[in-house]
Design a protein around this ligand. Structure first.
Ligand code: ZN
Length: 285
């Protein structure tokens, strides 16, 4: 499932191909993916020009305008297997990519295919993001995401670290891969209570989240299956997908836990669950 670095990579590639193009036609082939409905979305977007393409959390945000006035926003969430493919408006049906769920015919003869083998991806039109905001937390790479802001999120929620970091309403963009990698880099066990972290631990987690996401973006995200083939970060992962393999830092064996139905990769030595008791650190007493 694409997370912040993968969506950012897709947005950076799509932006120059989409910017300033006019939407001439829109068709959906899987109506349950489109809200409020195919006909409503078509009426809202056909004839509009793409003014900007950006990322917010795991959403691709396509801003539209008519003349110089805003004409709303198209939100695309790739979920498990959504992806963009490019073609021409005169493509023959037999030359189309696989699993096409929607098509956007754009000025200049460009066609954007939204493909999605597993059909979990979503397209949503919103007239105004100010009145219908995305209910997601801060962007972890924004300047406003400070250690103090992270401390506020962790201490106000009192959840376990792993499910809290996955919660898009708390922080936007993290998924299973970058959460496990960030917790390892911060030396924190995923089952720690979020409210139990010390200030230095919060600072370490803040730095780990940002460094891990930036590294992911630098390497075009992580490719672990057919759904997202363009990344190179998978060769740099320290714990994710490395169950039963030796930790790259200490040599201990990486274990895989289930936390809220998600597989969670941990080094028991680098990420101790609790402070060792005095009796264990002083075996002579
Ligand atoms: Zn280790």
């Amino acid at each position: 499932m694409p997370e912040l670095p993968e969506v950012e990579t897709i947005v950076r590639a799509a932006r120059p191909r989409l910017l300033r193009r006019r939407i001439g036609a829109f068709h959906s082939r899987w109506v349950r993916q489109v809200s409020p409905g195919e006909r409503e979305v078509r009426a809202a977007i056909v004839g509009a020009t793409i003014a900007d393409v950006r990322r917010r959390g795991k959403f691709i945000v396509i801003e539209l305008e008519r003349g110089s006035r805003s004409a709303g926003v198209l939100l695309i969430h790739l979920r498990m297997s959504g992806r963009f493919e490019w073609g021409r408006t005169d493509d023959r049906p037999d030359s189309e990519p696989r699993h096409v769920r929607a098509t956007f015919d754009l000025s200049g003869g460009v066609r954007l295919y939204f493909c999605d083998a597993r059909k979990f991806g979503r397209l949503r039109y919103v007239a105004d993001l100010k009145t219908t905001p995305l209910a997601i937390g801060p962007e972890p790479l924004d300047r406003s995401f400070t250690p103090a802001r992270l401390a506020g999120i962790l201490r106000s929620r009192r959840k376990l670290l792993k499910p809290l970091l996955l919660d898009q309403a708390a922080i936007a963009g993290l998924g299973n891969i970058y959460t496990d990698e960030s917790l390892f880099r911060a030396g924190l066990h995923p089952l720690r209570k979020s409210s139990s972290l010390t200030d230095p631990q919060i600072a370490a987690l803040h730095q780990a989240i940002r460094r891990t996401l930036r590294e992911g973006i630098r390497h075009s995200g992580t490719s672990l299956d057919w759904a997202y083939p363009e990344g190179k970060m998978q060769t740099r992962l320290l714990v994710y997908g490395r169950g039963d393999q030796p930790c790259r830092r200490c040599g201990d064996t990486i274990v895989v836990l289930r936390v809220g139905q998600r597989s969670t990769h941990v080094c028991p030595t680098c990420q101790p669950k609790a402070r060792r008791r005095a009796a264990m650190t002083n075996p002579g007493t």
